[in-house]
Design a protein around this ligand. Sequence first.
Ligand code: HEM
Length: 174
Amino acid sequence: MGRALASNCQLDDGVPRPGRCPVPGCGSLVGMTATAESTPSTRIRALSAAMVMTLLGQLLLGMANTFWLKLPDTGSGWTAAAPMALLMAHMTLGAALLVLAIWIAVVAFRDRDSNWLRASTVGVLGLMLAFGGGIAFMSQTSNDGASYLMAVGTSLAIAAYALGLYRIPVTSNA
Ligand code: HEM
């Protein structure tokens, strides 16, 4: 065969060869796992999976705030919030999520990856809505809309990154 083979491709004779298989439909899992580790799309996939998991953690932390954070019924909650550690943990994770979202957007931009550019635009938007909702809620604790905005932003971001993961092209029939 005149073609140069990259690593770990297994052709009809069953002998493993190094590289991604050049034969259409070959679907050599060995070849794919060997080359996947270093590709940009693998990095963005890992970051997005981390994002979905962290968003779920933030959802639970937000619910913990709903149930156990003591706030006045109306007016500013900043001075009276207790336990403050619960709120601080939620705010810190919110800020970390925003940083992660921007990181994913930068990687998507560098890779010129339209799937992840779309997903991360909606994700950053959802997180900004949630963050803004949190600040607005703490300024006026009777503002149910602001509280709901956090739930809306969280859902939007989870949906965006989950769809981004779903839309990764399938390269194997295995
Ligand atoms: C990425 C940012 C954030 C996300 C994803 C997020 C998400 C959530 C979620 C899902 C809830 C539970 C359901 C709800 O009340 O909507 C919640 C509750 C809460 N969050 Fe956030 N949040 C974020 C940022 C913030 C910030 C920056 C603050 C404070 C400045 C904050 C303060 C609160 C409070 C006080 C509650 C309880 C609300 C209530 O009792 O109705 N959140 N958050």
